[in-house]
Design a protein. Structure first.
Length: 212
């Protein structure tokens, strides 16, 4: 038994028949395989096979989380590329959830806050979170909390985006400008009443500027 040079905290076990398993120390302790030369029965070997697979999946999931926020559903999809057994994937993710490494609630809250700060409408944020596999109540709680904490004002956010977009579009025919602005704001999840009010304000000011 040797500690893996590439995966600290994981141990490499080689059986007499040449099979190699990389597992956590708990699996070795459970089977008594911490001692060299110990004989393992079929049940112990089957346990190590399963634990090795779960350990690999857990490590892959942690690696993905280190590169950016991921929901449980997103990790499931990623892990299915290397492991077809849904039960093994579920067990690996359950263990990460139990120790606090994986939390859809944390992901939803962070994602909602970040997207609202970028000016996306709450409706769009909810849509994105549901697409990521977050459960409905968790989505609503996260968006509501983010709105409250950041003091998000949907009308002000829509107005700021519209003003920036008008500057980026430059000189356009009024009908073209209006059409593109509406499409832009709809893609960010703003509703018709909010868009209508913002268009009256922003395009009205734009007309006054051009007439001067």
């Amino acid at each position: 038994m040797l500690e893996s040079s590439r995966r600290p905290g994981r141990f490499v076990l080689t059986l007499a028949d040449g099979r190699i398993f990389t597992v956590a120390i708990g699996a070795l302790t459970e089977t008594g395989a911490t001692r060299s030369g110990v004989e393992l029965d079929a049940e112990a070997v089957a346990y190590l096979v399963r634990e090795s697979a779960i350990t690999d999946l857990s490590d892959r999931a942690v690696g993905a989380l280190a590169r950016g926020r991921k929901t449980r559903r997103e990790l499931e999809i990623r892990l299915r590329r290397v492991q077809p057994d849904a039960a093994l994937i579920a067990e690996a993710l359950d263990r990460l959830t139990a120790i606090g490494v994986l939390s859809d609630e944390d992901v939803a809250h962070a994602e909602a806050a970040a997207r609202l700060r970028r000016g996306e409408a709450p409706a769009k944020v909810r849509q994105v979170l549901r697409r990521k596999g977050v459960e409905g109540r968790t989505v609503n709680d996260a968006v509501t909390a983010a709105i409250s904490e950041d003091g998000f004002d949907e009308l002000a956010a829509c107005r700021a985006l519209a003003e920036k977009r008008v500057r980026a579009l430059g000189s356009k025919e009024p009908a073209v400008l209006r059409r593109r602005l509406v499409a832009f704001l709809q893609r960010r999840g703003f509703g018709g009443s909010v868009i209508g009010q913002v268009l009256r304000e922003v395009l009205g000011r734009q007309s006054e500027i051009e007439s001067e």
